[in-house]
Design a protein around this ligand. Sequence first.
Ligand SMILES: Cc1ncc(COP(=O)(O)O)c(C=O)c1O
Length: 475
Amino acid sequence: MSPYDFPTISSELGRSPEAAIDRNYYSRGAFVPPLPAIDGIDVNRLVREFGSPLFVFSERDLRAKARRAKEAFGSRYKKSAFAWSYKTNYLNAICRIFHTEGWLAEVVSDFEYEKARALGNPGKDIIFNGPHKPRAVLERALAEGALVHIDNWDELNLIEELARSLKKPVDVGIRVWLDCGIRPIWTKFGFALANGEAAHAAARVIKNPKLNLHTIHTHIGTYILAPEAYRTATQNLVALREQLLLEHDHLVPCLNLGGGIPSNSLLHGMAKPAEHVIHPIEDYAEAITGVLNNLPENRKPWLRMEMGRHLVDEAGYLLTSVVAMKGHDRPTPTTTDLSARTAKEWLLLQEDSKRGIVVDVGVNFLYTAAWFEIGVWPARLVNTPAIPTRLYGNLCMAIDVIRETVDLPTLDVGDVLTLHPVGAYNFTQSMQFIDYRPAVVLIADNGKPELIRRREILADINGPELLPARLARKT
Ligand SMILES: Cc1ncc(COP(=O)(O)O)c(C=O)c1O
């Protein structure tokens, strides 16, 4: 069963007027469909074997997404290449799955660069983005042949300085930001296109005998719902490339359109099923390659994409267990106007009427819950009507709410719930606030669950700490 088959009605009002209209007060369904298994493996069994809470990733989904993306672009445009955005999820097993599918590594810090190298990627298979690349790692990356995308003038100065001592010229890219109709515009990264800054930076690189301008890069944002924005971005990069050819006789070999392609997830307030909101990857491929395919054959650049959330979000699940039920005894309305609509609205909307469920995982592992409406799926079918419920995390902190309102049946302590999709950014942005980070299991292609990260223990947290002798307890 696809977790997106139901519910089609959001119980959250959100900020979208469309969501408000779509709410159906009188037909909320008789039960919440369960999610008993992931890739055929019973979720209760996973919790019994590996504990709760538990992150679970599906290798089948990861590979299917990677292959479909490759096909979408590759079938339209032969010179397509792909990089996996480490920050989205840098668990080693996950990165290796993408590398075995032929994806390069896209990294944004010394830590991620070292991780990519430690996983066996040669420098030439690493794209290095990010607004701050410390001198030491820049030196290493240039020496190892990684493709550094230059973000700003200070970084360009530093690279020019480092390049002086290089024996051979090195390939580099420049990052640009541009207006392709998306708001807000991400102006933090790269050189501005519109005012000529990007062309200036590119010219400086081209004129440097130790640097070879290999790539023009833009990453227009994340969870971009409009494929058309990529068409505009591609047209802009192509125009800059043509300008550089004309003015400097240098044909930049590669255009990199970044990431940003959404997963099938919904922001708070989006009432429709994700399939109605999210375009298929093929629409994005068509928008980008449509522009490139209009170029004469000998002028076609390499196209690179650096994807993150689209590839991994839906492959990731978080299993959690109910630890407490709250607010069972909902007070009856005291209003004198008990017309059906008023009474039902009261039941649905009033703060006091909301039942609460506390689970054993908190928003410290679900950073994206602030923006995304993460789906909640009981492991078993409970044949009682769904009731608007607030899903609380386990942290001792009032803002630890995973879902303000989600329709759930009456559950028992120990019931397992699956939160989905959660594969993008949640693990990498998680922190051991109050709690240890949970174990992570990968369900392999052959259907076998494999532990790819154990639950943390005290030593993981205490490891880097140093206790001055004067503060140590005297026994
Ligand atoms: C430079 C760069 N490329 C790619 C990505 C991946 O983005 P997404 O997860 O939206 O595909 C990011 C993430 O913000 C990024 O900063």
